[in-house]
Design a protein around this ligand. Structure first.
Ligand code: AMP
Ligand code: MG
Length: 331
């Protein structure tokens, strides 16, 4: 199969509609990362997404809709706090999980009885969703376990030959996946942290909890238990106060001819003062925006990425650290 990259325009949207309505998959830009979308009503199209990515078939997909889509066609029992959060933050990088009406294909939410809904703010994503006017089930457009894509080129390097069309909407500025919020209970519960932070949710909903997977427990959000975001090279992760150890590994590795790059925030890069550095930025937003881009750049250049965690891990940084620690798990 020949894979083409096209800008978002009337022609490419027409092609997208043909592909999606014919049971195929199209990669499209969002403000978080690129998605790989299929018609959420078409079970075999959704199953094909799992096959293309090599995604475990118990890890449910998020359904993407345009801003005027009638959610009551898909989900029920939307609590007041979720309506308030929608008003405050949508369209935007917040996914909400509700009880499902059972309208979408069973493969989408792996028979959980719930459905994750997202309304992206990216203009190209909105145009794509409006043009097709169907709910689109979409995980990130990468091979399972690999670093999520934030450019059309990243999607191409993972999925060339496996899909027909990639819509190019430039670099995804958010840079990490949406916050996933369970809205099926009295209090919203964060299942995956992201750009919409706990503080932002508390401000609107009054209360908010964070769910952490404990050893041996059945994951409330199945995606939590899988390896994720890993570059195709070795990685090491050091705490902020272990910079000297990180630098020792950097020197040793490069002296042995194993090209190592340091991945860290701007402040740490300044202190480290080394040549081979992947700088993530000065604050949570910048670091989120650059994380996957730099991990992908790193795997091209390095045989070892030595990451140093930032000192402050609050707000958006919590989402950055969640991704960084998973990316640096070597097992
Ligand atoms: P990805 O598409 O790779 O960004 O992953 C989607 C994330 O949303 C995964 O962590 C899933 O476990 C989570 N998710 C999707 N649908 C549901 C659902 N119905 N209930 C809980 N988590 C979900
Ligand atoms: Mg993903």
């Amino acid at each position: 199969m020949n894979t083409v990259i096209l800008p978002v325009n009337e022609y490419s949207l027409g092609q997208s509609k043909k592909i999606i309505c014919g049971g195929g998959a199209v990669a499209f830009p969002t403000e978080t990362v690129y998605g790989l979308g299929a018609n959420a009503f078409d079970n075999s199209a959704v199953e094909n997404i799992f096959k293309i990515k090599g995604r475990p078939n118990d890890n449910p997909l998020i359904v993407h809709v345009h801003k005027d889509y009638d959610l009551s066609l898909l989900v029920k029992d939307i609590p007041d706090y979720a309506r308030a959060l929608s008003k405050a933050y949508l369209p935007g990088p917040l996914t909400m999980v509700f009880k499902s009406c059972g309208a979408v294909a069973s493969a989408v939410s792996c028979r959980l009885g719930t459905l994750a809904i997202r309304i992206p703010s990216h203009e190209g994503a909105q145009r794509f969703l409006e043009y097709i006017d169907l709910p689109i089930a979409a995980p990130s457009a990468n091979i399972s376990k690999h670093v999520s894509p934030v450019t059309a080129q990243h999607v191409y390097s993972d999925l060339n030959g496996k899909i027909e069309l990639i819509l190019d909407g430039g670099k995804s500025e958010g840079g990490i996946e949406s916050t996933v919020l369970d809205c099926t209970g009295e209090i919203p519960v964060i299942l995956r942290s992201g750009l919409i932070t706990r503080e932002m949710i508390e401000k609107v909903a009054g209360r908010c909890e964070q769910y952490f997977l404990k050893d041996g427990e059945r994951a409330r959000s199945p995606g939590m238990k899988y390896k994720h975001y890993s570059p195709n090279c070795k990685t090491m992760l050091f705490a902020f106060n272990e910079l000297q150890d990180a630098l020792y590994e950097y020197e040793k590795s490069n002296a042995e001819g194993v090209t190592a790059y340091l991945l860290c925030d701007d402040k740490t890069a300044q202190i480290a003062a080394v040549d081979k550095v992947l700088k993530l930025g000065k604050d949570g937003e910048e670091m989120a925006s650059n994380l996957y881009y730099k991990l992908r750049e790193g795997e091209e250049k390095a045989r070892l990425i030595i990451a140093v965690a930032p000192e402050n891990q609050n707000g958006v940084m919590e989402g950055v650290m969640n991704r960084l620690s998973k990316a640096c798990k070597n097992s």
